[in-house]
Design a protein around this ligand. Sequence first.
Ligand SMILES: Cc1cc2nc3c(=O)[nH]c(=O)nc-3n(C[C@H](O)[C@H](O)[C@H](O)COP(=O)(O)O)c2cc1C
Length: 252
Amino acid sequence: MAGQWNLNGYYDPAKLTDLYEAVRRRESTRLFAAAPCAEKWNALLAAADSLALPGVRIALGICDNSLFQPLFGLLMKFENVQRFAAVITQDAQAETLVNAGVSGEMFMLRAVALGLGGCWVSGTFKRGQVGIHTKDGEKIVSLIALGVPKRMPEPPLARKRKPVTEICPHYEEMPPALREVAEYIRVAPSAVNLQPWRITPAGENAINIAVSLPRLRLDLGIAMCHALLALGSTPAQFMLDETGMSATLTLL
Ligand SMILES: Cc1cc2nc3c(=O)[nH]c(=O)nc-3n(C[C@H](O)[C@H](O)[C@H](O)COP(=O)(O)O)c2cc1C
């Protein structure tokens, strides 16, 4: 319900410190040298528990590379994927899918902070081969391929992104804290790199972040994860409308 979004106050900014920096180093990793070592796997298990918002479950699994299929021919092929995370919604509420985006991206950035890499995969995996048991009402909304990258990303990364003013037309007029939010959202991953977010002012100290289709709620959640990280400890309130396609961030 608007105004009651459980994102507010859920994460302790002090515990996210290494994720702010991980945003700079994250890129979609599809080619892996190895699976995470046991120590990092344990850290991922703990992260899966602590970073999942209410209504969301993150389950880790073992796989072989054939779970993932290439997108656009060989351009986006997967190599040596041995581990994955399944991002699961436990109910069909609009808000839960947005929460799945927030939680999954927090988890992804934790993996990057641990020196691992990953790639959201919501389309190009074989559903029948996942092997994660789901309870009634649960749905796997995406997988995240995980592992030690074959090549470590070296920032600054060359990213294929729209100019910031295309996703945020009033960028120049916004206060610095909200411009930083727009920049963090701009580098977020999105399905087929659609970058479907529209960021518009909603009063002097607030912005609205919206997507145009229900299936883009996951991408909205990913953007909200980046927004939250951009703010750090700056106090803010988040609201989500009942469609789950439009969120408002107000600086307090
Ligand atoms: C929700 C979501 C679903 C995605 N699904 C796939 C997929 O099925 N296959 C794939 O190869 N990449 C997939 N991606 C990765 C995007 O293509 C990638 O994030 C985008 O091209 C931006 O590149 P970057 O992540 O390296 O910044 C997905 C990303 C997101 C956020």
